[in-house]
Design a protein around this ligand. Sequence first.
Ligand SMILES: N[C@@H](CCC[C@H](N)C(=O)O)C(=O)O
Length: 261
Amino acid sequence: MSYPFLKGHGTENDFVVLPDPDGTVHGDLPAERVRALCDRRSGIGGDGVLRAVREDDGWFMDYRNADGSVSEMCGNGVRVFARYLHEREGEAFPMRIRTRDGVKVLDRTGDEYTADMGTPEVFGETEVSVMGRSWPAVHVSMGNPHAVAFVDNLAAPGPLLEPPEHDDAIYPEGVNVEFVVRRGEHHVAMRVHERGSGETRSCGTGACAVAVATALADDAPRGTTYRVDVPGGTLHVVWTEDDRVLMTGPAVLVAEGTTDL
Ligand SMILES: N[C@@H](CCC[C@H](N)C(=O)O)C(=O)O
């Protein structure tokens, strides 16, 4: 069976987009198909899949990690999804997109896309470890789970070939782990190991969790914008006075075609 796909990325967090407006092309999107599509040698390659399903009052973003697992939310993915809907499905900005973490509102200014990521939840301190080294971390939920660890330098955790060790009681479904350094006032840089995808070049929900944890550490007033550098680019995040996190960054579509994977 041959079906259409597009390839895109947000700060080099890359995705295979699967148009499936009637929900008839991919059924419940088997994990094996996701893994085949995301394989960087035998497939198209990607950190995850964004399946686009039309609903009565808009679109649903069915997000899957590269290993086929489901996540509640993907911040870079939702910007790419919005660009896809605008350019290929004629949807106008501001745009409402349903995700497993509820409806997200997307807007665009020039080449930058802003997602209202909703209200963060901060649950306090935990710990993460890599190869016998441990760091305190802040447990933040952006709909999906994050552990944000401040480190002396970004190389300290090593190559992140395996998921960092974490408290399974706090994160029974696994966790996305961000390692963060300060670069200047309201400016940080991070690396991330994503649940279900490994170390990636960026993570939008991760950047939001990092900005929230840093703003709390700084006792920064709400409305302060943080610049978050990731290996694949830069995101800007603001935690607003009405307790919402707005994330701004690029969204790029690089290819489209058909595949029978
Ligand atoms: N890369 C995404 C996050 C994707 C989901 C994550 N791996 C999880 O399992 O929660 C982003 O940009 O937010």
